[in-house]
Design a protein around this ligand. Structure first.
Ligand SMILES: NC(=O)c1ccc[n+]([C@@H]2O[C@H](COP(=O)([O-])OP(=O)(O)OC[C@H]3O[C@@H](n4cnc5c(N)ncnc54)[C@H](OP(=O)(O)O)[C@@H]3O)[C@@H](O)[C@H]2O)c1
Length: 244
C-alpha cells in the first residue's frame, strides 16, 4: 500500500485540482510529473514541491496533441524508471446554451476533455502492459450526473469519458486499475475558461460561497491510489455539502 516511490503523471497540473493533487501526492512520497501548456506555472508548482522536500518534474504539454502527451509519458518513464499512474485531469469548461452557437467552444471541449483524456490513456496503456501494473485516473465531473442547462456539451464530454472509463475498466484485466473522479463545484481557475458572459455570471454566482478547495478532490484521488493493487476504486463523487 502507499504511493511512496511511485511515478505519477498528472495533466492539467499548472493550477487548480491538478496542482493540488501534485502537491498532495508529492507530500506522500510520489515522484510527480506534471503536464500543462503554461510552462512558467508548471515550473512554479515544481519549485514549490521541491522546496517542501518532494520530487517533481514537468514538461510543457498540450493534451490536444497526441505526440505531446506521449512525450510527457515517455519523459516520466525516463525520469522515474516506471509509470505507476496517469491522472487525466486537464479540462476546460466554456459552457453556454446551445442557441448561443459557440461551436468553437464545443470543439475545444471535445478536443481537451475527451480527446486529451483518450490520448493520455493511449500513451499510458503500453507502459502499463509492459509493467503488468498501472492505474488510470480520469477526472470527470458531477456535470453529467446532474444535467443542467448551459452544460450540454461540457457534460457530454465528461459523460463520454465516464463511459470510456467504465469500458476500459472492464477490459483492463487484473493488473490495471481504472478510476473516475467526479468533482462538484471546486474553487479553481476553471470559471476563467467560460467565454459566454451570462453562463459565466451564473457559475460564479453558484460557486459563490460553497465551492470546495481543490485539495478536497486531491484527497479523493490519493485515496484511490493508496489502495492495495488488488483493490480498484471505480468511482468517487465529491461535492460541497451545500451543492444541490
Ligand atoms: N472546478 C470545478 O468546479 C470542476 C468541477 C468538476 C470537474 N472539474 C474538472 O477538473 C479538472 C481540472 O480543472 P480545474 O477546476 O482545476 O480548473 P483549472 O484551474 O482551470 O485547471 C485546468 C488545468 O487544465 C490545463 N489545461 C487546459 N487546457 C489544456 C490543454 N489543452 N493541454 C494541457 N493542459 C490543459 C490547465 O493548464 P494550462 O492552461 O497551463 O494548459 C490547468 O492546469 C477539469 O477536467 C475540469 O473539467 C472541475
Amino acid at each position: 500500500m502507499g504511493i511512496e516511490g511511485s511515478t505519477i503523471v498528472i495533466t492539467g497540473a499548472s493550477s487548480g485540482i491538478g496542482r493540488a493533487t501534485a502537491e498532495l501526492l508529492a507530500a506522500h512520497g510520489a515522484f510527480v510529473v506534471l503536464g500543462a501548456r503554461r510552462e512558467d506555472a508548471l515550473h512554479a508548482v515544481v519549485a514549490g514541491i521541491v522546496a517542501a522536500g518532494g520530487r517533481a518534474a514537468c514538461k510543457a504539454t498540450d493534451v490536444r496533441r497526441r505526440d505531446e502527451v506521449e512525450a510527457l509519458v515517455a519523459f516520466a518513464v525516463a525520469e522515474g524508471g516506471r509509470l505507476d499512474a496517469i491522472i487525466n485531469n486537464a479540462g476546460i469548461g466554456p459552457i453556454s446554451r446551445f442557441d448561443a452557437l459557440q461551436v468553437d467552444d464545443w470543439d475545444a471541449m471535445i478536443d481537451v476533455n475527451l480527446r486529451g483524456t483518450l490520448y493520455g490513456i493511449a500513451a499510458a496503456l503500453p507502459v502499463f502492459a509492459r509493467q503488468a501494473r498501472g492505474h488510470v485516473v480520469n477526472v470527470v465531473s458531477t456535470a453529467g450526473l446532474q444535467n443542467v442547462p448551459t452544460m450540454g456539451v461540457y457534460a457530454a464530454t465528461k459523460n463520454a469519458v465516464r463511459t470510456a472509463t467504465e469500458i476500459l475498466r472492464q477490459e483492463a484485466g487484473p493488473h490495471l486499475r481504472v478510476t473516475e473522479v467526479s468533482p462538484g463545484m471546486t474553487a479553481t481557475r476553471f470559471v476563467d475558461t467560460i467565454s459566454d458572459a451570462s453562463a459565466k455570471a451564473m457559475i460564479e454566482d453558484q460557486l459563490g460561497d460553497i465551492a470546495m478547495p481543490p485539495d478536497a478532490i486531491a484527497r479523493g484521488i490519493l485515496y484511490a491510489l493508496m489502495q492495495p493493487p488488488e483493490v480498484d476504486v471505480g468511482s468517487i463523487v465529491i461535492r460541497p455539502t451545500a451543492q444541490g
